[in-house]
Design a protein around this ligand. Sequence first.
Ligand SMILES: Cc1cc2nc3c(=O)[nH]c(=O)nc-3n(C[C@H](O)[C@H](O)[C@H](O)COP(=O)(O)O)c2cc1C
Length: 175
Amino acid sequence: MKVLIINGSPRVNGNSDLLCDAFIRGAEESGNQVEKISLREKEVHSCKACYACFKTGSCVQKDDMAEILQKLEEAKVLVLASPTYFLTMSGQMKVFIDRLLPKWQGLGGKEAYVIVTGHDGKQGLKRNVEDLALILENLGDSVRKTIFGEHVWQKGEVIGTKAMEEAYLAGRNIV
Ligand SMILES: Cc1cc2nc3c(=O)[nH]c(=O)nc-3n(C[C@H](O)[C@H](O)[C@H](O)COP(=O)(O)O)c2cc1C
């Protein structure tokens, strides 16, 4: 199956990246075709709320979002990964989500996964997970599993935690 991972962390090789990579390892082992998009490498501008997309189905802004939307439409499995910033998703992730507007009615029916990281425990990361899961459900996707990379701050701290195993197994068990 086509699996698309959207990583909203601005940090290269950070904890979100590592969890995504564990998910990818599992998903590739079980024969899926996986692509990870790191939003930090893409040019995605904020929604301008011009609503032109309601008439034309596409955004007036010419940046990398058109290509990402195309990949989103093709994916059967969608993973949203984000560090927790001030209790919720990163700014990069939120900007990306707002730009789903042109296609938001055509992105349902996917198996979805949520990966979050943060220095807090589960309680502190809960809002981030809930916000991302709610957005996926509103798009019409089914959230299969949420992975909490809790108590991680510096790069690499997630290595050796149970979240890494959970991410790997979630990828491995895509059905
Ligand atoms: C601007 C900013 C805000 C943050 N806010 C929170 C927070 O509210 N709760 C939390 O648990 N961690 C918070 N953190 C810590 C990050 O979530 C944590 O370092 C995480 O591992 C970052 O993911 P990354 O390694 O993929 O970059 C914050 C970090 C930054 C830079």
